[in-house]
Design a protein around this ligand. Sequence first.
Ligand code: TYM
Length: 334
Amino acid sequence: MRILSGIQPTGSMHIGSYLGAVSQWKKLQETGECFFFVADLHALTVPQDPKSFSAQVMQTAIELIAAGLNPEKCVIFIQSEVKEHTELCWLLNTITPLGELERMTQYKDKSGQFKDSINAGLLNYPILQAADILLYQVDSVPVGEDQKQHLELTKNLARKFNQKYGKTFNVPEPLMLETGAKIMSLQNPKKKMSKSQPETCLFLFDEPDVIKKKIMSAVTDTGKAIKYDPEKKPGIANLLTIYSLIGQKSIKELEKKFSARGGSALDGKDASYAQFKMALVKLLVEKLEPFRLKKKELLAREVYVKEILERGRKRAQIIAAGTMQDVRKKMGLN
Ligand code: TYM
């Protein structure tokens, strides 16, 4: 089974990206033929500082490895270093209906957020994403829920191209987790945790004192019980989801653990929100420590990381070039 997915180098990795996407990638690399990349071209659709951009791209690559991608088991590369992505993007442009792009939720959100600089790249963003995926003839694309619409477009474009020019692309399926595909903001649990609002994110590499501050001040709900109810108690439900995925315990087990039935540490009383949050802080500080340590180690080993990315580029390019040869022929370009 061939797998591919990407992440934008727009700030540090937060726990939403980790739990929704990267944690799946770590499992899949054990069995599949996996390609993971830093989507630097996508990041340029919103303003970036050219002076710090390449360091940001490098940081994202380092964070992927620190978070558990194993360069011996998967291919890691930088999108812009494989030129076939932009070439296929252009060709797919020619079969993409404008209306479908205008309907994309992410486009509507971002064009609202960057009102003064709505560039064509923001609109065409999902076509580049389709090119990223279709170039590699993949079976599955492990992503969080927010990418569902982009994956639908990718499938439509693959089918449309195949119909028009003859079978060329594999039609890929998204892979989304049942729990964790949408981790919510710590400050507004009705909205997803998003890098565009860094103050509402818990980052995978946050230091213990920062983790404590963020979790203790996370917005919770009225009432007292530690119960999973995303409708009525979105704040507690989100924290329970994070606890469950990081601590590898079911939500049911956790509800019991923090109720009067739960354990001697609670003296027969239900845990308060503060007690529950303290337990979550303790868990996160402990479980995220290896990631922090690994990132620090890798920051001092830039040459090693560059070698991994160069190996990744070479491997990715062989496959991308093969697909492009076929695409060009099918479209009558040579
Ligand atoms: P990006 O960089 O926004 O996010 C990377 C991955 O993390 C997931 N994610 C979340 N999952 C659960 N809860 C959240 N709060 C949360 N926030 C982010 C995203 O769904 C994503 O899987 N367009 C993509 C990058 C991309 C790509 C691709 C992905 C470019 N080309 C080809 C797959 C295939 C993006 O902006 O991801």
